[in-house]
Design a protein around this ligand. Structure first.
Ligand SMILES: NC(=O)c1ccc[n+]([C@@H]2O[C@H](COP(=O)([O-])OP(=O)(O)OC[C@H]3O[C@@H](n4cnc5c(N)ncnc54)[C@H](OP(=O)(O)O)[C@@H]3O)[C@@H](O)[C@H]2O)c1
Length: 331
């Protein structure tokens, strides 16, 4: 059995920068190739980033027999299509968030992955960071008492004209781009799926939600509130409140090497330091664990499906100006 994996980048997206360094230092992962819609772009990118091979089309990368894992960093509307094509070509796929834009697309990915025996995981890098694991430990240990409220936010100023996030037909909008993080965080902390959601959106000039404000009601009297925006300067946090205390996480989604989270109980606040590594190494090593060691990826397809389902329900609620109930599902 192979003990290392050759990776190929599907596109020259800006986010690739985050993965190139972890891939180039990893013992079990090797960055072998990049693909672009143009051979010229692929060649220049490969030269600049010291990537051994360049492919002038996405099809050509998928046909490369030496590639084991594809990193899908395409715009959101192409995630499902190219993840499925990659799986059908025998590749494992780490796909950027959101994995897809509908539950039906996630189901098609799941079906293809199952049929071809390949691993597909959504690149929610924050889920692998020691800070997130520590926050979950604190919640699960009962230190906060019974979980009551979860709040979170993720915003930044999107000023780049023509950015793919501004196109409503391409899965643009703040909830798909950054709202997906506090939603994912809240669902993970609650360890359950919401039974009802309510959302409001402020529509921007291109027809996407430039700001989204949402609420989720879980069973057992647990509620979550979040917001996301492209018109508020960078702002992110998570707060988890229970019957006996609260946990504040100032940098929940892009934590660094040295972080502090704050646990407040009985009017006393304890600062808890968490040493973390490079943020994006976790998702790369998790893929290697899944492919080489047969472990379940930390972000399962059922988990991604549930996140997509909640985002779709929130968007539906904001359009209808009504709460949307979610049927319980057995995954
Ligand atoms: N996890 C994170 O921290 C994080 C951060 C940022 C973004 N993301 C995700 O990563 C993905 C890419 O985001 P990005 O900002 O890096 O994208 P980007 O810089 O706009 O790049 C997207 C790439 O997709 C390719 N592409 C194929 N068809 C295209 C089309 N019709 N229009 C434009 N580009 C097209 C292009 O590559 P070629 O020209 O080489 O073919 C382009 O470079 C998104 O899904 C986003 O949600 C994740």
């Amino acid at each position: 059995m192979a003990n290392s994996l050759n990776w190929g980048l599907l596109s020259t997206a800006r986010i690739n920068r985050a993965l190139i360094a972890p891939l180039q230092v990893s013992r079990r992962n090797h960055l072998l190739a990049v693909a672009s819609r143009s051979q010229e772009t692929a060649d220049a990118y490969a030269k600049e980033k010291k990537i051994p091979r360049s492919h002038g089309s996405y099809e050509s990368l998928l046909a490369d027999p030496d590639i084991d894992v594809v990193y899908n960093s395409l715009p959101n509307h192409l995630h499902a299509e190219w993840t499925i094509k990659a799986v059908q070509a025998g590749k494992h796929v780490l796909c950027e968030k959101p994995l897809a834009l509908s539950v039906e697309e996630v189901d098609a990915i799941k079906h293809a992955a199952h049929q071809h025996g390949r691993i597909v995981a959504e690149a929610f890098m924050y889920r692998h960071h020691p800070q997130t694991l520590k926050a979950l430990d604190i919640v699960r240990s009962g230190s906060l008492g019974a979980l009551k409220m979860i709040r979170g936010s993720f915003s930044f100023m999107l000023t780049r004209e023509g950015d793919v996030r501004l196109n409503p037909d391409w899965g643009g909008g703040s909830i798909w781009d950054v709202g997906c993080y506090p939603i994912s965080y809240a669902r993970t902390v609650a360890g359950a799926e919401p039974v009802e959601v309510f959302g409001w959106q402020v529509e921007g000039p291109t027809g996407i939600d430039e700001t989204f404000v949402g609420q989720m009601r879980f069973g057992g009297d647990i509620h979550a509130q979040f917001d996301s925006s492209f018109v508020i300067p960078f702002h992110a946090f998570m707060e988890i409140v229970g019957s006996d205390g609260a946990l504040n996480v100032p940098h929940p989604f892009k934590p660094g090497a040295d972080e502090t989270i704050y646990l407040t109980r009985n009017d006393k606040t304890e600062a808890i330091r968490v040493r973390g590594g490079e943020l994006y190494i976790g998702e790369v090593e998790d893929m290697a664990d899944a492919i080489l060691l047969g472990r379940e990826p930390r972000v399962s397809l059922d988990d991604s499906r549930a996140n997509v389902r909640v985002i779709c329900a929130l968007l539906e609620s904001s359009r209808a100006a009504m709460p949307v109930r979610l049927e319980r599902e057995n995954f």
